[in-house]
Ligand binder design. Sequence first.
Ligand code: SF4
Length: 303
Amino acid sequence: MEQESNADKTSAALRALYRRDQRPWVVAFSGGKDSTLLVQLVLNMLQELGPLASKPVYVISTDTRVEAPNVEEYLANLILQMQSFAQRSHLPVSVEMVSPLPSEGFWAQLIGKGYPSPTRWFRWCTSKMKIRPMRRCIEAITIRHGSVILLLGTRRSESPERARRMQGRERTDAGLNPHDEIPNALVSTPIMDWSTDAVWEYLLAHEPPWGGDHRQLFHLYRQAEGGECPVILDLAQPSCGGSRFGCWTCTVVKFDKSMQGFIDAGEEWMRPLNVFRDRLKAVREIPEWRMEKRRSGVLTKGR
Ligand code: SF4
């Protein structure tokens, strides 16, 4: 079966990479299917290594503070389960959730600074709420250890654009490439060749080491029509280009298909959030409600 040979190959590659040097690992975890698979394979590999698993592994997740509440709850529980598993198994694993500073948060930008709600062309949310908190954390780990290997759950088959970007990267013989913006961080993408079907097949057939199963994750995807705003570490990465599973305040998309998916699946309590999101988007598109003075200082004509 495709998923079994993928899993064997990926696990062997992870084992070799882990034992190759002393650089700690940082696994970027969004709570989505791909990074869940990656964390599962990494933790399984560490368990198999037993006492040889000695160098630190940090599993880092971001909470933008405006996540869809049902996804936020799912992720918070998962983080607790992973933390408790790492502790009772005596694995050198820390599982952390990072968040934007209050001054970087959605409402501070929108109400405090008067930013328009985010658009495809002015996607300030990604840099302030996702990239900065994650980078602060990675940089702190890098300062402590000198250098890190960053494991990402990106896959070629996610989109042709993703495949092109991954193709163009120069890699060392261990399949690593330097991160474009974080000094002393090398990037590894261990599941890059997995297909979406293989990811789901593996997750549904293998319970995670931290307990439970992946049925809730599968259920959330089914309701949200499958998209997600992934862990993003640089602005060049595309995000949220359609349906997604991210902030309930996201106005980057025209319609929030994932929230609508949840509502259609019976999560009626999300309807007022959806109405409010639509209003956030509509408000920025009413010219009369804008300031007469533009950011450049020029006065808008005819007002
Ligand atoms: S889900 Fe939307 S609002 Fe949230 S970080 Fe992604 S693009 Fe920005």
